[in-house]
Design a protein around this ligand. Structure first.
Ligand SMILES: *Cc1c(COP(=O)(O)O)cnc(C)c1O
Length: 427
């Protein structure tokens, strides 16, 4: 008699889990106040008080800066915009190399390209899935200008080591903290661990306002350049008396008053939402660490993990050689949503394979001979093809019993691994 649902047994999970929704009365009331004011955005593309936006934008920025302990916070209309503006402010110029991780949302790498920079991919650390300092060192050349570090899945990058390397080579560091809002690295908040950092307020993230992002920095110079790029830089620099014209092309990345008001309410809820999510993740970890071949998320000493998603490493050798994807198919059949891998290593996407981004030529790739061949980041490729599994729905709306049930599903499939071995043999 087969026990596993994938073989015709009865699935362990018979209900669907609640979905994540962080929007409530506070956000509705905040939006109503803005609507009643009639002022949905106060920006102006000129050197004027309103160059900095309206009252809700300014209030959000003050709150966000205080939240992460940064000197400056600037609201933008997405984290993607924030990343683009940040690398523009850093001064990335055509042909400059920017070291980036291959395992992230595409914009972390595209941000270099939009200024004519060349993304150079460094491999990930297989424990944290974040960019590896050792691999960064190997990729530095005289053309390197900046490093993008992504706090992937909610685990901070290795900043002590990376900032030391960056300072030694006179490079600036951009922290993409879209997946790690509100958690700390050695007592300091993510988003404020490098020269400039970015949060996302996209609706997939811990908290959101529909679409939005925040840029953090302690540098007045970088802050001003981000503010110019966010607005209409080329129309403002003269009256502002801003002499450095590098990358002063305005993109209009401005956030509306409505989004800003929602975001502020969301940030007030962030720590509470995170606290519940982390306690659920810890509970799941306490169960999963008992299963040989299932390695729950690694959390480096001195770090917090935001569990944007919950990453697990699968060891096929300890599971009688059963492939990760077969194991995942069995988990799915039990009613548990688990995915294999995260995204294709970015350099394998067509834009990099064909070195084609602008028009029909090869700009800016033609300025460099960097390789995007398969094999350049072996840890990332291995994780994505055969070791990494992700649970994407651990969040504050679940019940404790949902977490126990998730753990039971893993235990059931592991205990009946022989059924999967038999399945793979006949396939
Ligand atoms: C979501 C995400 C982004 C982009 O965020 P948007 O606000 O949707 O532009 C960038 N980087 C990472 C790591 C992300 O997870």
């Amino acid at each position: 008699m087969p026990k596993l649902a994938i073989n015709g047994g009865s699935p362990l999970i018979k209900h669907s889990f609640p979905s994540y929704n962080t929007i409530g009365r506070e956000e509705k009331e905040a939006v109503a106040r803005i609507m009643d004011s009639g002022n949905l955005s106060q920006y102006i593309g000129a050197w004027h008080d309103d160059f900095w936006g309206g009252p809700a934008v300014k209030e959000l920025e003050k709150y966000a800066a205080g939240m992460v302990g940064a000197e400056y916070a600037l609201a933008v209309n997405s984290a993607t915009s924030g990343l683009y503006a940040a690398l523009g402010a850093i001064g990335i110029s055509p042909g400059d190399e920017v070291i980036v991780p291959p395992y992230t949302m595409v914009a972390s790498a595209t941000a270099a390209l939009v200024w004519g920079g060349i993304p150079v991919f460094a491999d990930i650390d297989p424990a944290t899935f974040c960019i590896s300092p050792k691999s960064i060192k190997e990729k530095i050349t005289p053309k390197t200008r900046a490093i993008v570090v992504v706090d992937l899945f909610g685990h901070p990058g290795d900043y002590d080591e990376i900032m030391r390397i960056a300072r030694a080579h006179n490079l600036l560091v951009l922290e993409d903290a879209a997946q790690a809002p509100g958690v700390t690295y050695k007592g300091r908040l993510c988003g404020n661990l490098a020269d400039i950092g970015v949060y996302s307020l996209n609706y997939h993230k811990h908290v959101h306002c529909g679409e939005g992002g925040i840029v953090f920095t302690n540098s007045e110079v970088l802050m001003k350049k981000v503010a110019l790029i966010r607005n209409h830089a080329e129309a403002v620099v003269r009256n502002m008396g801003h002499a450095d014209l590098s990358n002063m092309i305005g993109q209009n990345y401005r956030m509306s008053e409505l989004h800003a008001a929602i975001a502020r309410e969301q940030y007030k809820k962030l720590q509470g939402l995170l606290h519940t999510r982390i306690s659920y993740a810890n509970k799941l970890t306490s169960h999963l660490k008992e299963i040989d071949g299932i390695e729950p998320p690694y959390v480096q000493t001195g770090c917090e993990h935001a569990y944007y998603v919950y990453p697990i490493k699968y060891d096929a050798k300890k599971m009688k050689g059963v492939h990760r994807d077969t194991f995942i198919a069995a988990l799915n059949a039990e009613g548990l949503a688990v995915s294999g891998g995260y995204v294709k290593p970015i350099y394998l996407e067509p834009m990099y394979q064909k070195k084609r981004a602008f028009g029909t030529g090869h700009w800016p790739f033609e300025l460099s001979n960097v390789s995007y061949e398969k094999g350049i980041c072996p840890n990332c490729e291995r994780m994505n093809e055969s070791e990494l599994m992700l649970i994407g729905n651990i969040h504050a709306q679940l019940e404790e019993t949902d977490i126990d049930l998730m753990a039971d599903v893993f235990a059931k499939v592991a205990e009946n691994i022989d059924e999967l071995t038999a399945m793979e043999r006949t396939a």
